[in-house]
Design a binder for this molecule. Structure first.
Ligand code: BG6
Length: 611
């Protein structure tokens, strides 16, 4: 999941390209590179590590002559070959005619590479991507597009690419199969990138490429063909994100900014979607008539990472509120398990980015087997959203920090609204619907109350920031919340943290408890609290320090421990939302105390577009 950018137009090319890959850095940040077509030749600058290193190097080397009109750039998440300068993109062919940046994995690269080496091609890197410029060189007979298309016809695997050619100054070619590509249409300029983050500063008018598309891009027009070199047409869309949303806005980290944005992002997710009079939800994007809703006899949720934890809470909502049998599947497992689905099965993908490869493949599998499909996504126009053609956008705005926060709470709010709609189409009375719809309206305020306690949470975080291991335990709706709390801590502080169902401790994990292993017990005053308190006693008996989440006013909890994360009183349905926000802040302040690179944790990326 690399980030790629290409530009052709009259602006300062290096500025556009470096700003672009800086905005895409959450996709990968172990090395970066740029290629500029200057005076008929490519000037290539690469560096290992963050984009900032490349910016410095370009500064030392000079941004090049004002005549430069075209360039491409890349920020990498290594799949083939270690993060070295040689393996950084862009890659060129032996005669330096073509420069290529690639996001994806070429599965048959070693066969292609061996064939090209036999023909005299010299390879400078260990990457799979380097075969692309060499293949283009092989097929090139003065027709740029045909050479690229013939090269791509040889490739098995996934790609999002941008190609520049010294024989065709001012022109770029972009193509996609499995990895996202979007083209920003400006006034006599075009910017092509892996996603809209790199484009929002220049234009709101974009073209999303579909799998198999190849785009010939000039400063004032784009021509699209399919992989058989036949022209195809693609519409333009408008981005509704403004530039301020992709800046830190005075916060030290995007993660803290996004945690603080949750009252607003949930308000956006709920706006215009609650019909309080009838006690139901209006989710027009689902595009399902009452008879379609009633026909659903099973729901399968497919997702990865934080979205999977949101899905687990969704399962409780769909089963308890709407009485629909629901399974939550780790997407990569679902796609290879030859699952059983029926025509009245709703397969629901949950994905912030809408690009996670395993989730996309899982939904394609369910579709192939005749299931109804839908998605809950944040990124408008993303591949999963276009694949399912129905669903709910969470409208959380751009989520830049690799660890997902505001997308999670908005996904859970949308799942609760979906459950309300399904419940009203079955067994919920109007009154019951009205009560739940009023509760949903309260979520932003409840979350703000937790954010207002940041100082208290920071104090507890500092106290335990030296621990090497952490346990998180919860029951019912708070069990997935415990899993999410552990994931947040793992992702950004590099502390080994495990989330467990509180009852599961006795069946093994309790063996790991001792005075050096803090346990975060989610003991809000909802169903399961008493049992969780017994589990807390078991942990204390093993001298493990205990941090609890407790409902405001539940003073008795102070007897159990000094470290209480106070949560506003809620029903069990809403309990995971403010609770997870407290755990997001706990993880954030622990990672901050440990001096961790919170927005770009090692080895991670914001969306995993390869298997
Ligand atoms: C990981 C991200 O790569 O993918 C996580 O680091 C995220 O934050 C997971 O939860 C799933 O991503 P998505 O976009 O499908 O929700």
């Amino acid at each position: 999941m690399c980030g790629i950018v290409g530009y052709t137009g009259n602006r300062q090319v290096t500025e556009v390209l470096l700003q672009g890959i800086r905005r895409l850095e959450y996709r990968g940040y172990d090395s970066a590179g740029i290629a500029l077509l200057e005076d008929g030749n490519f000037r290539v600058i690469k560096s290992v590590g963050k984009v900032a290193g490349l910016v410095e190097k370009v500064g030392q080397n000079g941004h090049g002559s004002p005549g430069i009109k075209t360039g491409i750039a890349h920020t990498r998440w290594a799949t083939h070959g270690a993060p070295t300068e040689a393996n950084a993109h862009p890659h060129l062919d032996s005669q330096n005619n073509f420069a290529v940046v690639h996001n994806g994995i070429i599965e048959n690269y070693s066969v292609l590479r061996d064939r090209l080496i036999k023909k005299g091609h010299k390879f400078l890197s260990e990457t799979d991507s380097e075969v692309i410029p060499h293949l283009i060189q092989e097929f090139y007979q003065n027709d740029f597009a045909s050479a690229v298309i013939q090269a791509l016809q040889q490739i098995e695997g996934t790609y999002g690419i941008v190609v520049s050619s010294k024989n065709h100054p001012g022109q770029l070619i972009a193509a996609r199969k499995g990895s996202p590509i979007v083209i920003g249409v400006g006034e006599n300029e075009m910017i092509v990138a892996s996603d809209i983050m790199a484009i929002v500063s220049y234009t709101a008018k974009v073209i999303y490429l579909n799998d198999g598309d190849v785009a010939l891009i000039n400063p004032n027009n784009v021509e699209i063909r399919n992989i058989h070199n036949v022209p195809v047409s693609r519409g333009t869309s408008t981005i509704d994100w403004d530039i301020r949303l992709v800046e830190k806005g005075g916060f030290e980290h995007f993660m803290l900014k996004e945690i603080h944005e949750q009252p607003e992002s949930i308000t956006n997710a709920v706006r215009g979607r609650l019909d309080h009079a009838n006690g139901t939800a209006i989710l027009s994007g689902l595009n399902m008539q009452p008879q379609d809703l009633v026909a659903i006899d099973r729901i399968i949720i497919a997702a990865c990472g934080t979205s999977l934890h949101a899905g687990m809470i969704g399962k409780y909502y769909f089963e308890e509120l709407a009485g629909i049998l629901t399974e939550v599947e780790q997407a990569a497992e679902f796609r290879y398990r030859n699952p059983i689905v029926g025509v009245n099965t709703l397969a629901l993908a949950i994905s912030q980015s809408g690009e996670t490869a395993d989730t996309l493949a899982a939904i394609k599998e369910a579709k192939m087997k005749g299931a109804q499909v839908a998605a809950i996504c944040n990124v408008v126009g993303s591949t999963i959203a276009r694949e399912t053609e129905r669903g709910v956008y969470i409208h959380a705005g751009p989520e830049i920090s690799v660890a997902s926060t505001k997308a999670f709470t908005s996904q859970v709010a949308v799942l609760l609204m979906m459950a309300l709609k399904l419940a009203r189409s079955r067994r919920f009375t109007q009154q019951e619907g009205i009560i739940l719809s009023n509760e949903i309206e309260m979520i932003p305020e409840l979350i703000q109350k937790v954010i207002d306690r940041s100082k208290e949470i920071e104090k507890i975080a500092k106290k335990w920031s030296g621990a090497k291991d952490f346990f998180f335990i919860g029951r019912g709706y708070l069990y997935p919340a415990a899993l999410e709390g552990a994931l947040k801590l793992k992702e950004i502080s590099y502390i080994h943290a495990e989330g467990y169902h509180a009852a599961e401790l006795k069946h093994g994990p309790i063996a790991l408890l001792d005075p050096s292993v803090p346990v975060v017990a989610l003991a809000n005053d909802v169903l399961g609290k008493d049992k969780t308190i017994s589990n807390i006693q078991e942990c204390k008996a093993r001298k493990s320090p205990v941090i609890v989440t407790a409902t405001e006013g539940d003073e008795g909890m102070k007897q159990l421990t000094d470290d209480v994360l106070w949560i506003p009183r809620t029903s069990k349905y809403l309990a995971p939302l403010p609770t997870v926000v407290a755990l997001q802040l706990l993880a954030y302040y622990i990672a901050k105390e440990r001096g961790c690179p919170i927005d770009h944790p090692r080895n991670l990326a914001k969306s995993v577009t390869v298997e």
